[in-house]
Design a binder for this molecule. Structure first.
Ligand SMILES: [Mn+2]
Length: 354
């Protein structure tokens, strides 16, 4: 498999003997097997051998049927979980191992038991590979984006005076799930009225009223891949302050989008949105970065913020989400999921903005 070979190339360059992970998303990335049981699985990818997936008995059958490109071994029977991991690493004669996710107890035991093996924590190796999506991944993200559009459209339609925030969340999630979304990429946000000033306001029992700002932030998930969208609806006739806020965020979103392409520093994209908001003296209410990478996780590399030193590449998938939050009054955020091409960005989410 290409992804495994890419990893091996990076490891070889660093004179590393192998990679070890318990991260279920990374295990899926390399084997196409997604374990939802939270069971303890270990994937070992030695540079000069085939990968080995060590599973507890509960996951063994499913892993045997689904996991590709690796040997699957049922460990943990008779409580020999740890002993079996040590045995595998010894047999592979790995002296320098890089890992990105282990339980603390496993890590401490490995370090104590295997004094001649170096375990180096480095999550950036796989994060870097995962940043650049292949065609298969882009197919899944496009599908997730289409489902997300359906969800947000159902949400915008449901927003009216008299309805609870949680009812809108239910409409959003039903619209995505009935069309094939595997749950949600994160907890659906329906934040109305003064609650729209909470950037991660999830949803409450509040009833929507005329004059509310309502932020809907949601995402579908398809074959493990996430998508992210935010729309802000003004219920009834907007006040001049609400309109000023909405138009400024919309403009910041548009201007930032125009700059998205391979080769641009993410902090420069963030700065474009901030400058637009500053013209309306609203930049001090923009309290988060402009965006984040999206893939197997809803937040992954790269980060788009004033503090980031990262540069966008072709095949990165990122969010573009300027937002302003005025305590006691309300907030506005507009977000799309964007695929980065050589000379431009492509909005994968396409739902209406109103
Ligand atoms: Mn987001």
């Amino acid at each position: 498999m290409k992804r495994i070979n890419k990893l091996k190339t990076v490891l070889e360059k660093g004179e590393i003997d192998g990679y070890l992970t318990m991260n279920v998303k990374n295990i899926y990335y390399f084997t196409e097997y997604m374990d939802i049981s939270n069971a303890h699985l270990n994937l070992i990818i030695p540079v000069d051998n085939s990968p080995i997936l060590l599973t507890p008995p509960l996951s063994y059958v499913a892993a045997s049927e689904d996991a590709k490109e690796c040997h699957i071994k049922n460990i943990g029977a008779q409580g020999k979980f740890f002993e079996n991991i040590v045995k595998e690493i010894r047999e592979l004669k790995m002296k320098k191992i890089v890992f990105d996710a282990l339980t603390m107890s496993l890590y401490l035991k490995l370090v104590k038991e295997m004094k001649n093996t170096h375990f180096n924590y480095d999550p950036s190796i796989v994060a870097k590979l995962r940043r650049k999506k292949d065609n298969k991944e882009l197919g899944y993200i496009r599908k997730a984006a289409a489902l997300t559009d359906k969800g947000v459209e159902a949400g915008l339609e449901a927003v009216k005076p008299g309805i609870h925030e949680y009812e809108i969340a239910a409409e959003i999630e039903y619209a995505m799930r009935i069309r094939g979304s595997k749950g949600t990429a994160f907890e659906t946000v329906v934040a109305s009225g003064p609650r729209s000033a909470y950037p991660h306001g999830v949803c409450s029992d509040r009833i929507i009223r005329k004059g509310d700002l309502v932020i809907l932030d949601l995402g579908a998930i398809y074959s493990g891949y996430c998508c992210d969208i935010t729309r802000t609806k003004i219920v009834g006739n907007p006040s001049s302050k609400q309109l000023r806020m909405f138009n400024a965020v919309k403009k910041a979103h548009e201007e930032a989008f125009k700059t998205l392409r391979a080769g641009i520093k993410t902090r420069d994209v963030d700065a474009v949105a901030r400058t637009v908001l500053a013209k309306e003296k609203l930049d001090k209410f923009f309290i988060h970065g402009l965006g984040h990478g999206i893939g197997l996780e809803i937040h992954e590399a790269p980060t788009l913020s004033s503090r980031s030193n990262e540069t966008l590449e072709v095949r990165n998938v990122v969010s573009n989400e300027p937002g302003i939050y005025i305590q006691g009054f309300g907030g506005v955020r507009i977000e799309d999921t964007v695929l980065i091409h050589k000379n431009c960005g492509e909005n994968l989410t396409k739902a209406t903005y109103h």
